[in-house]
Design a protein around this ligand. Structure first.
Ligand code: P6P
Length: 344
């Protein structure tokens, strides 16, 4: 009988990877796991309770806020507040940083950036959605943590992960020592290690992009899409197109099966749509730790300067050789884009 390793046991076992950490990061990951189970419970019964639909408000991005977005946001902030290890939460659903100044958090040294419920527009049609989180150590050493503690480059993350609320609920995370996946076993209410040491295939045959925006894409992206569609059995082309419209689901599939997810700049989104701090950076950390690659078409995502909380970026992420091919086409056909992105 194979021994079940729960998330809690795994975190404790791996704690020795961090001699400097006296358990704070472990507790932080545990707190996130608890909030994920609470959100999962509501997501799984979303069709039954009046928690669907819009709440009549819009977030800082001008997107209509779903009741479940706000519920998820509240749950993660509450779990992080009571856990005592987090001093600031930066959330897609909060215009400004949320300072945690509860009594238990006065010595907290971690920053959590989070997209509490990514892809929530899919909830009403029962499509997989996700939570994305990114963890930094605060840089400032005294007084209340500042916005500057959040605006750190992705390369400085100490941990990152996502939860996918799909046909099963999984939590996938990295602390810089590889990627591990845990599946929620509802019968015991525990995330159990189901995907140890996850690696993304170097090559893939699935490309994931919203081709409805084709006419607005940079030429390099148009050329890459046409490259994917060429009949060439020796390179397993044409590839398959899969686009769920929920980034966590599209990227999780890419890790499991191989593939590339692209959200480039478009005329409607001149800096891209996906947010750097709480979407691109955590996903890039995970993908690199799984042996993949993540860039904005030209530069490594994790090296990008972070200038504002809700900053957006173009993102090319997934199997290393697929991203390299797309980058080659961006350099050949859309090099001017590189200068534009630098200037933005
Ligand atoms: P579009 C969800 O809103 C999200 O941020 C990602 O999860 C998803 O990949 C993308 O937007 C979908 O955007 O413009 O293709 O509908």
């Amino acid at each position: 009988m194979k021994r079940v390793m729960t998330l809690g046991q795994f975190i404790i076992e791996k704690q020795n990877d961090f001699p400097f950490a006296k358990g704070e990061l472990s507790r932080l990951l545990r707190d996130i796991g608890i909030a994920a189970k609470i959100v999962n419970r509501e997501v799984n019964k979303a069709g039954l309770v009046d928690i669907l639909g819009d709440n009549g408000m819009t977030n800082v991005q001008g997107e209509s806020q779903k009741k479940l977005d706000l519920y998820a946001n509240e749950q993660f902030i509450a779990a992080l507040s009571s856990g005592g290890e987090c001093c600031i939460v930066a959330s897609e659903e909060s215009d400004e940083i949320v300072r945690i100044d509860s009594a238990v958090s006065k010595n907290a040294k971690y920053i959590v950036a989070i997209d509490p419920l990514d892809g929530s527009s899919n909830i009403d049609c029962n499509v997989a959605v996700g939570t994305i989180f990114s963890i930094y150590r605060r840089k400032s050493s005294e007084g209340p943590a500042q916005l500057a503690d959040v605006l750190q480059k992705g390369v400085d993350q100490v941990a990152a992960g996502y939860v996918i609320y799909g046909s099963s609920t999984m939590m996938v995370y990295t602390t810089g020592k590889g990627v591990n996946g845990f599946t929620l076993d509802p019968s015991i209410g525990e995330f159990c290690l189901s995907h140890p040491d996850m690696k993304i295939p170097k090559d893939g045959t699935i490309y994931s992009i919203n081709e409805g925006n084709y006419v607005h894409f940079p030429d390099g992206v148009k050329k890459y899409i046409k490259y994917c569609q060429v009949e060439d059995p020796s390179s397993s082309r044409p590839y398959t197109s899969r686009y769920i419209g929920s980034m966590v689901a599209d990227i999780h599939r890419s890790i499991i099966k191989g593939g590339i997810f692209i959200y480039p700049t478009t005329s409607g989104a001149p800096n891209g749509k996906i947010r750097l701090v709480y979407e691109c950076n955590p996903m890039a950390f995970i993908i690199e730790q799984a042996g993949g690659r993540a860039s904005n078409g030209f530069e490594r995502i994790l090296d990008l300067e972070v200038n504002s909380l809700h900053q957006r970026s173009a993102v090319f992420i997934g199997s290393e050789n697929m991203v390299l091919k797309a980058e080659e086409m961006m350099r050949e056909f859309s090099l001017e884009e590189s200068e534009k992105l630098k200037a933005s």
